[in-house]
Write a new protein. Structure first.
Length: 339
């Protein structure tokens, strides 16, 4: 990334420690049996898109910013690392459409409207569709996935995301045999996203921000279409209303505020690779053995309790600790060349 020094921004200590509250909220949800009540259509894999999304609209739409949202606990969650305090996840952000330094997105994305919001799914699919975000949220099975979140800039977090698998969404549109890659696109609206209107604020990116995965990566059960964090819908600065989280890859693959998903035969262009190909590859798998040309990737600054200055360093894990689930995807690939 074009590193900006985050030292000007710092959380006050009294803003931290939200996870006690968060844990209480989870306990209440469990006691009330609410987790079981949000199980829309796992067993409904055969349902057609028409059946699933033509259901009558719920009068109480799921609105941002930050409505309560419940997800089923997942066995894929990290269990051996403390959570990053919620205020830090909400204020230490990269979202260049709202400014290229760390505190800016939380400030400049205030009031960013995420309704109405549609997601187009096109390309190598049985039928292209345009889906309304509230219909998607009502019909997909929302899980809570606590994942390690590792930025290419060598900082990391551990975040309780809420979302549904990308695989479950793609299965609905039935990818054709030609679908080898999945491309994603962020909203392009310079009136709402000041970084798109200003070259300096937006870090020199040629917008819209675009990302991509291979179809195997997209269908991996870890790959999460994310709609919330810490028991609530996403804040604008974290990519509301819908973003991607691919926990074994550097954070820049986690494209925010998605409006388009396109399945295709050729590898799609990706924003950071277009900007600096020798620094940011298409794969971007977390790899402590392949350094960034300007810094080591062997360790990372974990953002946890306490001030950012005192955050501890920890070893970076191969595939960010998810090797068991994903190493086989890359068995025939030279990871030093395909970084
Ligand atoms: N998506 C868009 N559209 N624009 C961005 O600037 N930054 C990426 C990724 N997704 C970015 C984006 C980077 S570099 C990282 S590390 C993560 O979002 C940060 O996500 P977070 O702010 O929720 O931690």
């Amino acid at each position: 990334m074009l590193i900006k020094n985050p030292l000007s921004w710092q959380l006050k200590e009294n803003q931290a420690t939200p996870e006690t509250i968060y844990k209480q909220r989870r306990d209440i949800v469990k006691k009330l049996g609410l987790a079981a009540a949000i199980t829309p259509f796992t067993s409904n894999a055969q349902a057609s898109l028409f059946d699933v999304f033509s259901a009558k609209k719920d009068p109480v739409a799921v609105m941002d910013p930050r409505q309560d949202l419940v997800g089923r606990p997942s066995s894929l969650s990290t269990s051996d690392l403390e959570l990053t305090p919620e205020p830090k996840v909400l204020t230490y952000n990269n979202f260049y459409e709202f400014g290229s330094s760390k505190g800016q997105p939380a400030e400049l994305a205030k009031g960013f409207e995420t309704r109405p919001w549609t997601i187009e799914i096109t390309g190598e699919v049985a039928k292209s569709v345009t889906l309304d975000i509230d219909d998607v949220m009502k019909n997909m099975m929302i899980e809570e996935r606590i994942y390690r979140h590792r930025c290419v800039e060598a900082w990391s977090m551990n975040v309780p995301w809420l979302g549904f698998t990308l695989a479950s969404l793609l299965k609905l549109v039935k990818p054709t045999s030609k679908a080898k890659y999945v491309a994603f696109e962020t909203l392009y609206d310079p009136k709402k996203m000041p970084g798109q209107a200003s070259y300096s604020l937006g870090g020199g990116i040629d917008y819209p921000y675009v990302e991509g995965l291979t179809i195997e990566e997209a269908m991996n059960p870890l790959t999460l279409m994310t709609v919330g964090l810490y028991g609530k819908t996403l804040a604008p600065q974290n990519g509301a209303p819908l973003r991607l989280i691919v926990p074994w890859k550097y954070g820049f693959k986690g494209i925010k505020s998605i409006v388009k998903i396109h399945l295709l035969e050729q590898q799609p262009p990706t924003t950071w690779n277009l900007l600096a190909a020798e620094e940011y590859g298409f794969y971007a798998n977390v790899n402590p053995n392949v350094d960034h040309p300007r810094w080591s990737q062997a360790s990372e600054r974990f953002i946890g309790e306490g001030s950012l200055f005192s955050s501890r360093r920890q070893k970076t894990l191969m595939f960010n600790g998810y090797g068991e689930q994903v190493a086989s995807l890359y068995k025939n690939l030279d990871l030093t060349k395909n970084y």
